[in-house]
Design a protein around this ligand. Sequence first.
Ligand code: SF4
Length: 243
Amino acid sequence: MSRASNALKHPPVTAPSEPAGAPPSFAQIEAAVEKQRRRGRGAQSNGSGRYEAEARVAFDDGWQSLDDLPPFKTTVALDTARKVITRNDSPDIGFDRSINPYRGCEHGCVYCFARPTHAYLGLSPGLDFETKLFAKPDAPQLLEKELAASGYEPRMIAIGTNTDPYQPIERDRKIIRGILEVLDRASHPVGIVTKSALVTRDIDILARMAKRNLAKVAISVTTLDPKLSRAMEPRASTPPKRL
Ligand code: SF4
């Protein structure tokens, strides 16, 4: 094939701002995602996780190929963990055990401190964290086994310390409800933190446990300004609903 016909097959490429061979800049790695692809989401970028050997950067090669990319959709994969209670011995934390029925959180708060944990899964702390979710459907059965193990000493289990147990996918999956049923039967203390009004769905169990001094629920409210809340916590309950 002649040199001239080859030239016709290549699109015009924007000259890279970095010299050839230079490592990608921070701005390139953290490349912002188009607004219409992240509508209703918190993060503006989807930079590769810190443990990845390679960074993936969306780059328009001149064919406007980035225009065809679909919006980020929520997907839920199974987390087949063998244990559900996570322990810690940090002197800075007021509990020594916790349960997180989900990894990732669709509430998508821009300031969420749990975002970097998605890098352990080879995923981005950005948009992946709020769209590529993992659920532990066996959590109630696993918990029942762990509570029944010889030598287990009951102490308050904290729920919602990493990701929100009442995020939107809980509405259908009802994993946290199954966990509460187990804790209620075992008369085991629990503490819950959430930004979702969905917690009121389980008020029957929580009220029963609270009467025995076994349950407390904290609602996280960062602002009463609905506009600010929508920008910072796009899929959490609105401030009036949380109140
Ligand atoms: S609700 Fe909590 S866990 Fe979910 S994104 Fe917001 S801060 Fe993170």
